[in-house]
Ligand binder design. Structure first.
Ligand code: NDP
Length: 485
């Protein structure tokens, strides 16, 4: 019997499901059991061509619609996503293995927020009038044209919407390629947009590995590439986009600092560290994986952290009581277990976890290392799993310098009751998305993105509009033209 997660076909182009079984089969594995639940096929060159030419053809008419009309469609899509939240959350759980307890509140709902927010902004994308005596300049905010979105595997619905909603609000068309690991959810986003009244062809989804992404990025018809992925992939995609002088948004990895001063409320700080390391089993780019704790409260903090981490419920992700799911794939599990071994070898003190959980699926116990030093591998490299490194510090000056000593710059957080210090420390940290007495909140109203190797551009908020549109300026002369000859 066909599994309910199996999509009707692999791709969604020009308003309908499209199949081409000549493409390499991609098995979809449910991370909680290891069973294959669906198969899709990578896009063949013919499918890539169909998606790009369809999107290119559909974009002009879409951009000519009024912002109010475009916005209405996006807001209707948001409503449909919210009505179907349960069904979409179950699919997200099949796609990623994340527990339903999370997917019910963080995935289709976050996608719907983006559709609603950018739907609301679509009608407000206006230009300026700049008077110059009798003459004047006016500006228009125009679409870029054909945009490509490429997603990572940790938030397949959210990423499809965070890229699609602002792109479409600005009058662009999109071809979206999900990660080969999680190909299911973006198809539903495309389906819902059509149901909401979007013209066929403005949002297309095609499957494939890096080579399909590469074909999209290098196509001369493509005006913009928005990638969520790792830093090495980001470097390749950025370079390929530069060849064609394309616009880019790069949402890449991180190794973010979470700094806890000794005046912090311990339970809130522990809660922040848990949210910043164990949500989605640690598979979150903005995670605060270097937890710097001031020496005075170190042991108290560790004791409370171990106690609360012991309350994590590992189990069937479809059971809403489960609060901690598996790694997305066996491969990702092995990578993370490798880092845990490195942590032990390099002398970090294991506080809790530290091994694969004794159950089916790709579960790793939530793991905390203490006495981690700046040079240890687990403190330098992005692990993308449930491994928290706790480091000690004495002074504010010292911790800021150590926190900034990394190639990454996605996020940073600080816990303290001293508000002057909180703002000063955040001001001195090299990071794009920051938190004071909190961690990992990502409302659509707030810009999201990194500095240094963690990325270029911002998603969400009004900032995203700047990255999916461009300004045309028009000089208007009222008098005669003077010329030298
Ligand atoms: P990858 O970098 O491996 O892949 C990202 C996407 O790029 C996938 O769809 C992948 O396809 C595709 N891709 C790979 N090579 C190329 C290429 N040469 N040209 C075009 N596309 C290509 O990342 P993961 O999927 O492993 O995701 C984890 C990473 O994503 C982590 O580093 C994490 O920090 C980062 N991330 C960043 C976020 C942010 O907003 N800053 C949010 C979430 C994750 P395929 O999978 O089929 O190979």
């Amino acid at each position: 019997m066909t599994h309910p997660a199996q999509p009707k076909a692999s791709h969604f182009i020009n308003g309908e499901y499209v199949e081409d079984t000549a493409g390499t089969p991609i098995p979809v594995i449910y991370a909680a059991t290891g069973e294959q639940i669906a198969t899709v096929h990578a896009a063949t060159p013919a499918i890539v061509e169909q998606a790009l030419s369809t999107a290119k053809a559909a974009q002009t008419a879409w951009a000519r619609m009024t912002g109010t009309e475009r916005g209405r469609i996006l807001r209707r899509a948001a409503d449909i996503m919210r009505e179907r939240n349960h069904e979409l959350s179950v699919l997200e759980t099949y796609d990623t293995g994340k527990p339903l307890q999370e997917t019910l509140v963080a995935d289709a709902t976050s996608g719907a927020d983006a559709l609603e927010y950018f739907g609301g902004l679509a009608a407000s994308l206006t230009g300026e009038h700049i008077p110059l005596g009798d003459d004047w300049v006016y500006t228009k905010r125009e679409a870029l044209g054909l945009c490509v979105g490429i997603g990572a595997w940790n938030y397949p619905t959210q990423i499809a919407c965070w890229k699609g909603a602002p792109a479409l609000a600005c009058g662009n068309a999109m071809v979206f390629k999900p990660s080969e690991t999680t190909p299911l959810c973006a198809l539903k986003v495309a389906e819902i947009l059509i149901e909401a009244g979007a013209p066929a062809g403005i949002y297309n989804v095609i499957q494939g590995m890096g080579e399909v992404g590469g074909a999209l990025v290098t196509d001369p018809r493509v005006d913009k590439v928005s990638l969520t992925g790792s830093v090495p992939t980001g470097k390749k995609v950025y370079a390929a986009a530069a060849e064609g002088m394309k616009h880019v948004t790069m949402e890449l990895g991180g190794k973010s600092p979470l700094i806890i001063f000794d005046d912090a409320d311990i339970d809130n700080a522990v809660g922040g560290a848990i949210n910043g390391n164990f949500y989605s089993s640690g598979q979150v780019c903005s995670n605060g994986t270097r937890v710097f704790v001031q020496k005075g409260i170190k042991e108290k903090f560790l004791a409370r952290l171990a106690e609360r981490t012991g309350n994590a419920i590992l189990g069937d992700p479809m059971d809403e009581a489960t609060s901690f799911g598996p790694m997305v794939t066996e491969n990702q599990m092995n990578i993370v277990l490798g880092y845990i071994e490195k942590g032990k070898e390099e002398g970090a003190r294991l506080i809790c976890g530290g091994k694969r959980a004794d159950m089916d699926g790709y579960f790793i116990e939530p793991t905390v290392f203490a006495d981690v030093t700046d040079d240890m591998t687990i403190a330098r490299e992005e692990i993308f799993g449930p491994v928290m490194s706790v480091l000690d510090f004495d002074t504010e000056e010292e911790v800021v310098a150590r926190a900034n000593d990394t190639e990454f710059g996605l996020s940073a957080g600080v816990f303290t009751k001293d508000f002057t210090r909180a703002h000063r420390v955040i001001g001195n940290l090299e990071a794009g998305s920051c938190f004071i007495n909190s961690y990992n909140d990502a409302p659509v109203e707030a810009p999201f993105g990194g500095v240094k190797a963690s990325g270029v551009g911002r998603e969400n908020s009004k900032e995203a509009i700047k990255h999916f549109s461009q300004v045309k300026s028009v000089y208007v002369r009222m008098g005669d033209v003077e010329a030298a000859f």
